[in-house]
Write a protein that binds this ligand. Structure first.
Ligand SMILES: Cc1cc2nc3c(=O)[nH]c(=O)nc-3n(C[C@H](O)[C@H](O)[C@H](O)COP(=O)(O)O)c2cc1C
Length: 305
């Protein structure tokens, strides 16, 4: 790592030593990947979606491959916020990186209660998932309605002093309206995008493949959509954005940064290459050196100039 190159960014008040983080639900609580890479190299760690009470998730099959990504319907399986606060976050402290906890709920009050428990924990920030397509209550229902998304944002902001990053859904007609609405409600940052609603049918059984019927599409297939949405939201809001959706290489990450993302999250790519995040960090640094830049911040929103 070169000392004359700055990879550090400040995303919604969270100081990251480089702009690369993990996409919630694709990296567990981080510890699962500690055999493959030095977690302390990450800019931040975004952990699995966490709810007030433990959840078992949806019936299997919960993941199916497509030619250009995967469909998942995990349904927010997680041990519940108490275990996360009391056991998991203290263990993650050893890696000395900001840990952002992704949260979900069935009601705005639920979100508020989870936020309150995290407020006194080792978490560096909260990512609010108003966009999960794989759960019956809450999830997408909040994220597709600007008023409901704002209500959830206010419930979280009212219960924590931690930076609050709201994760938006691509499954809407006008994402800019949702972004503006959560910005007015006090969001400190945006994360985008969550998965695109999709499904797969097994032509031999003539039935949907996923136990939940519908799932969320992620991976390279969604990248052009995600870049477009980051571009549009960057133009119309002042909030920092964590960009994601199909980031597999440093080139992909740079595309998001030039579209306006302050940081990028790596999701599905972790399943193919568990070291994808560190490869991407190194690739971004090489790009800066090769193109005569000394600071990654110089590239944020560059494609708009
Ligand atoms: C298996 C799986 C589980 C996920 N779980 C969550 C979750 O708990 N909370 C959330 O906000 N997003 C979740 N996501 C969405 C990802 O964080 C990310 O937004 C999406 O996959 C797009 O990025 P990618 O194409 O790099 O995977 C999940 C995605 C996958 C593939």
């Amino acid at each position: 790592m070169r000392t004359d190159i700055n990879l550090g960014v400040n995303c919604a008040g969270i100081k990251m030593k480089n702009p690369v983080t993990t996409a919630s639900g694709t990296f567990g609580f981080g510890e699962e990947y500690a055999h493959y890479l030095d977690l302390s190299r990450l800019g931040a760690l975004v952990v699995k979606g966490t709810t007030l009470h433990p959840r078992e998730g949806n019936p299997p099959p919960r993941i199916v491959e497509t030619p250009c990504g995967i469909l998942n319907a995990i349904g927010l399986q997680n041990p519940g916020v108490d275990i996360v606060v009391d056991e998991i976050l203290p263990r993650l402290q050893q890696f000395s990186i900001p840990v952002i906890v992704n949260i979900s709920g069935d009601t705005p009050d639920d979100y508020g209660l989870v936020a309150k428990k995290l407020d006194q924990s080792y978490a560096a920030g909260i990512e609010v998932n108003v966009s999960c397509p794989n759960v019956k209550k809450g999830g997408l229902q909040f994220g597709s309605d600007p008023v409901a998304a704002a209500e959830v944002t206010r419930a979280v902001k009212g219960n924590t002093d931690l930076p609050v990053i709201v994760k938006l859904s691509p499954n809407v007609t006008d994402i800019v309206r949702v972004a503006q609405s959560v910005a007015e409600a006090g969001a400190d940052g945006l994360a985008m995008i969550n998965t695109l609603l999709g499904m797969k049918i097994d032509i031999h059984t003539m039935r949907p493949v996923l136990g939940n019927t519908l799932g969320g599409l992620s991976g390279p297939a969604v990248k052009p959509v995600a870049v477009r949405l980051v571009w549009q939201v960057y133009k119309e809001t002042n909030l920092p954005i964590i960009g994601m959706g199909g980031v597999t290489s440093a080139e992909d990450a740079l595309e998001f940064i030039m579209a306006g993302a302050t940081a990028v999250a790596v999701g599905t790519a972790n399943f193919i290459n568990p070291r994808a995040t560190v490869d991407i960090i190194e690739g971004i640094e090489q790009f800066l050196v090769k193109n005569g830049y000394s600071d990654v911040n110089q590239l944020i929103g560059k494609a708009h100039q």
